[in-house]
Design a protein around this ligand. Structure first.
Ligand code: IPE
Ligand code: IPE
Ligand code: MG
Length: 249
């Protein structure tokens, strides 16, 4: 199954290039419901979801967006039936293997955030391979959140910082936002300007809790497997209407 990127290759004329988000984050939700509505097993929704993500990545690159972060698997998703979890792990591994060459050709820099140590070994190797191979690429930064939990990320940063304090490497009063951010999985990357969640759910589900303090949130009823360039265009139009005040007037 492929998704046709035939329409909207160029930045639509109603979007202002200078006012595009630099970093877009997506909670790719609704795969299971999409499949169910078609009388198919949930995994078919996940399969289709991969194609949609690929096209969104390309679209971001075509339209000049610098970074895309996608929520692929949360720390809570381990609670799903083991067949679904296993299917997802195998899917991630296969997609990484199959797409690496194209990612290189398209100059994409791949990053992963999450507790990667708990993933199957073979997936960990594939992750390492793709991250290392693409680390010097200069194009869009594509981050995949896998076994990611915002609370866990904050806790592990606290642990690292606490142990540095214990060793006397830093003093408690040196702990500021900049230092804290350097201990997060996302160290060195800018915060998302825009969060898109598909399938109508209005919650963060433990995604980038620290980083989204000031992100604009856009929720669409569209299910992830149906989220095409047109739907993304709509999200960006909505974003460009927002007045980002950051607490000021
Ligand atoms: C999102 O779709 C994909 C993952 C969480 C891996 P869901 O699988 O959550 O689909 P729904 O929400 O049950 O429809
Ligand atoms: C969030 O979707 C996680 C991912 C998209 C990977 P969920 O479907 O797991 O979220 P909840 O359970 O509806 O909050
Ligand atoms: Mg869901």
């Amino acid at each position: 199954m492929t998704v046709k990127p035939s329409v909207l290759q160029e930045l639509p004329t109603d979007l202002v290039r200078e006012q595009l988000p630099r970093h877009v984050a997506v909670i790719m939700d609704g795969n299971g419901r999409w499949a169910k509505r078609r009388g198919m097993p949930r995994i078919m929704g996940h399969r289709r979801g991969v194609d949609v993500l690929k096209d969104l990545l390309r679209c971001c690159r075509d339209w000049g967006i610098e970074a895309l972060t996608a929520y692929a698997f949360s720390t809570e998703n381990w609670g799903r039936p083991s067949e679904e979890v296993e299917f997802l792990m195998t899917l991630f591994e296969r997609v990484l293997r199959q797409e690496l060459r194209e990612m290189m050709e398209e100059d994409v820099r791949i990053r992963f955030v999450g507790n990667l140590n708990a993933l199957p070994r073979s997936l960990q190797s594939e992750i390492e391979r793709s991250v290392t191979a693409t680390q010097n690429n200069q194009g869009i930064c594509f981050t995949i959140a896998t076994n990611y939990g915002g609370r866990q990320e904050i806790l592990q940063a606290c642990r690292e910082i606490a142990s540095k304090v214990q060793q006397g490497v830093i003093q408690p009063d040196q702990i500021d936002e900049a230092l804290f951010e350097r201990h997060l999985y996302t160290a060195g990357s800018c915060d998302p300007d825009l969060l898109i969640r598909t399938s109508g759910e209005m919650r963060l589900s433990n995604f980038l809790l620290w980083q989204m303090a000031y992100s604009e949130i856009y929720v669409t009823e569209t299910l992830w497997p149906d989220f095409d360039r047109k739907a993304f265009h709509q999200a960006l139009c909505a974003y460009q209407q927002r007045d980002r005040r950051f607490g000021k007037l």
